[in-house]
Design a protein around this ligand. Structure first.
Ligand SMILES: C[S@@+](CC[C@H](N)C(=O)[O-])C[C@H]1O[C@@H](n2cnc3c(N)ncnc32)[C@H](O)[C@@H]1O
Length: 237
């Protein structure tokens, strides 16, 4: 389980420099990043034509852009604790001609309140930064409370039981894949340290239990790339 005392400061980590590099770096980190966002749209294709969508930890707007192009009448709310990531998201959304369809809240998902009940939400590569069982649960509960009963939730995160032999094998393969994108040795060392200290890994069993406690039913794992996993589920009625 993650370490409650270790507070990773997402707002400080995802600063202007990080926001500028993000769209290139994430594709080296996660070689199936675009495929994941493509698959997201497939899972959500049965939503109403005018759905309200919550992007929790919206970052530079990958979910909003992928879904917004595919579903032209959907409206989006982007929630992110980092002002620099929110600015990058606003710029990309405006460049894509979607400015009128997206609302923003800069702050933690746990503090976000809305009069809108959302048809669906995503949280892609966000909650693995939240250390501590109660903190993770509060994050998932916040998303659950913002959804309509029966609403869809798509979660993708780094996951795994650090004590398992599988974990070490997947970590090594992942870092080898990352290195093959041209990362120099010092950058690799820095990123390995970031993974070691900032990612609050939990096993799939622990994650599914947290999601059940937060009010979600029967998550289906539909995606895995090294230690990245993706699950689709609905809020229990
Ligand atoms: C790795 S980025 C992922 C961005 C985007 N979802 C994607 O798929 O590329 C993680 C984002 O989550 C944000 N974040 C982390 N914890 C958060 C929280 N509790 N509430 C809102 N945003 C958070 C960070 O500021 C960062 O922009």
């Amino acid at each position: 389980m993650s370490r409650p005392g270790d507070a990773f400061d997402a707002a400080a980590h995802f600063d202007e420099a990080s926001a500028t590099r993000y769209d290139r770096r994430i594709r080296s980190f996660c070689p199936s990043y675009d495929a994941l966002h493509h698959m997201t749209a497939a899972w959500l294709s049965r939503l109403p034509e005018r759905a309200e969508f919550l992007s929790a930890g919206a970052g530079t707007g990958a979910e909003i852009l992928a879904l917004g192009r595919r579903f032209p009448l959907w409206r989006f709310t982007a929630v992110d604790v980092s002002s620099d990531m929110t600015t990058a998201c606003r710029n990309r959304v405006a460049a894509a001609g979607m400015a009128e369809r997206v609302a923003y809240f800069q702050g933690r998902v746990q503090e976000f309140r809305s009069a809108t009940s959302f048809n669906a939400a995503s949280s892609i590569f966000v909650s693995h930064f939240i250390a501590g069982r109660e903190e993770k649960l509060a994050y998932f509960r916040a998303i659950s409370s913002l959804l309509k009963p029966g609403g869809s939730f798509l979660l993708a995160d780094l996951f795994g039981d650090r004590a398992s032999s599988e974990f070490g094998t997947l970590l090594d393969a992942w870092l080898a894949s990352y290195a093959s994108h041209g990362a120099a040795a010092p950058e690799l060392e820095k990123d390995r340290a970031h993974i070691e200290s900032d990612i609050a890994f939990v096993s799939e069993g622990e994650l599914l239990e947290l999601l059940r406690e937060a009010g979600f039913g029967a998550p289906i794992r539909f995606y895995q790339t090294f230690l990245f996993g993706g699950w689709m589920m609905t809020k229990r009625i």
